[in-house]
Design a protein around this ligand. Structure first.
Ligand code: LLP
Length: 383
C-alpha cells in the first residue's frame, strides 16, 4: 500500500520505473536474519533475484553471504563489500574465464554441477597452484510443486548430478588433488510455499550426507539452496515470507552433525515485496468484448507474467473508487503476449493514471530487456 505522500511524489516522475521501499526491504532482512540466527544457520543472498546497487548495499549491510551464478555476479558481490569468504559460485555452465576469475578472487566455494566440471576446476586451479573448495550440487529428484518452468530438482532438469552418478563424483574427487571437498548442495526450485516439500528435501539431504561420509568424504557444509516463496496475491496483508516456519523445518528435520554448517541461498523471499513497477496508462481502449489498459511498461520491464504466467497484483494509484470494470492490462510491445493479466478488476481508469504492479522486487528489474530498443528502466527508492 502506498501512502498519499508517496503517490504524490510519483506524479512528477517519468514512468515506468521500479520503486523500492527500503523500509520493507530492511524489515524483511531483519526477519530473515533473526529467524536464521536462532539456529546458527548461514544465509547467502541469491544475487540473481536483484542486483540493483542500492538493494545490494542494503543486503550486504546485514552481513549475509552471496550466491552467484556468473563471474560478473561474483565481481559485483565483492565490489559491493560482500565478504569473499562467504561468496559461492553456482551454475550449470561456468566458463573457464569465470572459473579463473573466481579462483583469483579466492571465493568460499564452487557449487559444482557435473563430473566434467570437477575436472575442469581442478585443472584451472592446478595451473594457478591453488586448491578450490567445492560442494557437489545433487539433483535430489524432489518435486517442488511449483511452476514447471522454475522447478529444478527433478531428474529431467539439467541441474546438478543425479544420484546414480555419485560413484563417478567420488572417483573424480579422489583423482583431483587441487579440489577440496566441502559439502553438498541442493536447490529444487523457486516460489515454494508448501513446507512439506522442504521436509522431503531434508530426508534426501540426510541420505546423501550419509552416502558421502560412508565413502570417506566428511561433509562440512549442507547447502539447502533457496526457493522460499512469497504471497503475490496479498502483498499488503501478508507481506513477509514465512522465514520462521521455513528455518524451523530444517532445524527439525535436517540431521546436522557436530561441526557442520547449514547454508541457505534465498533470493525472492528477501527482496520481492520491497519492489513495485510503477507505470502510467497511455491509452484506454474500450472494445465490444474487451477493455484494454495500455501501459507505458511492458514485458521489456517485467517479463514474469508473460514467461511463467505469474500473477502480480495490479493497482490504480490515481483512482479511489471501487473496482467496477474488467480490463486486460497490456504493455506497448509489439507482441500479443505482452499482457500483464486479463480481466483485472479496476476502477474506471484514464490516460495518465498511475498503475502499480506489486511484488516486483525479485526477478523483475534484473530480467528487463532492451527489446524494441526501449529505454533502460529507471529506479526510485524510498528513504
Ligand atoms: N540457488 C540456486 C542454485 C538457484 O538456482 C536459485 C534460483 C536460488 C538459489 C534462489 O532461489 P529463490 O530463493 O529466489 O527462489 N526467474 C524465476 C525464478 C528463477 C529462479 C532461479 N534460481 C522467476 O521469476 O520466478
Amino acid at each position: 500500500m502506498f501512502t498519499t505522500d508517496t503517490t504524490n511524489k510519483f506524479k512528477d516522475l517519468e514512468t515506468p520505473f521500479y520503486y523500492y521501499d527500503m523500509g520493507i526491504l530492511r524489515q524483511t532482512l531483519e526477519a530473515c536474519t533473526n529467524a536464521s540466527a536462532k539456529y546458527g544457520f548461514h544465509v547467502h543472498y541469491a544475487m540473481k533475484a536483484n542486483f540493483n546497487p542500492k538493494v545490494l548495499d542494503m543486503i550486504q549491510s546485514f552481513g549475509v553471504g552471496a550466491d552467484c551464478v556468473s563471474g560478473n555476479e561474483v565481481k559485483a558481490a565483492i565490489d559491493h563489500g560482500f565478504d569473499k569468504g562467504k561468496v559461492v559460485f553456482a551454475g550449470v555452465g561456468k566458463s573457464d574465464k569465470e572459473i579463473n576469475f573466481a579462483l583469483d578472487a579466492d571465493i568460499f566455494c564452487f557449487n559444482v554441477e557435473s563430473v566434467q566440471e570437477l575436472h575442469i576446476i581442478n585443472d584451472l586451479a592446478k595451473a594457478k597452484n591453488k586448491k578450490a573448495n567445492v560442494a557437489i550440487r545433487i539433483n535430489p529428484n524432489v518435486d517442488a510443486h511449483t511452476h514447471h518452468f522454475i522447478t529444478t530438482g527433478l531428474d529431467e532438469n539439467k541441474f546438478g548430478v543425479n544420484i546414480w552418478q555419485l560413484p563417478d563424483v567420488a572417483n573424480a574427487l579422489r583423482e583431483c588433488p587441487n579440489l577440496q571437498f566441502l559439502g553438498i548442495h541442493f536447490h529444487i526450485g523457486s516460489q515454494i510455499t508448501d513446507m512439506e516439500v522442504y521436509k522431503s528435501l531434508c530426508t534426501r539431504i540426510n541420505e546423501m550426507q550419509d552416502w558421502f561420509e560412508d565413502h570417506g568424504f566428511p561433509v562440512k557444509v549442507l547447502n539447502t539452496g533457496g526457493g522460499l516463496g512469497v504471497d503475490y496475491h496479498n502483498p499488503d496483508t501478508n507481506g513477509m515470507a514465512d522465514f520462521e516456519s521455513y528455518f524451523e523445518v530444517f532445524k527439525n528435520f535436517l540431521n546436522v552433525k557436530p561441526g557442520q554448517e547449514v547454508h541457505f541461498e534465498l533470493g525472492r523471499a528477501m527482496v520481492a515485496q520491497s519492489g513495485s513497477l510503477i507505470s502510467r496508462v497511455l491509452y484506454v481502449k474500450n472494445g465490444q468484448k474487451k477493455n484494454f489498459l495500455i501501459l507505458d511498461a511492458g514485458m521489456t520491464e517485467l517479463i514474469r507474467p508473460m514467461l511463467y504466467q505469474a500473477y502480480h497484483d495490479i493497482e490504480n494509484l490515481s483512482q479511489e473508487s471501487k473496482p467496477s470494470i474488467k480490463y486486460d492490462v497490456v504493455g506497448p510491445i509489439c507482441e500479443s503476449t505482452d499482457c500483464f493479466r486479463k480481466d483485472v478488476d479496476l476502477p474506471e481508469s484514464f490516460r495518465g493514471d498511475l498503475i502499480a504492479i506489486r511484488t516486483a522486487g525479485a526477478y523483475a528489474e534484473v530480467m528487463a530487456s532492451g527489446y524494441n530498443l526501449r529505454d533502460k528502466v529507471q529506479s526510485v527508492y524510498s528513504a
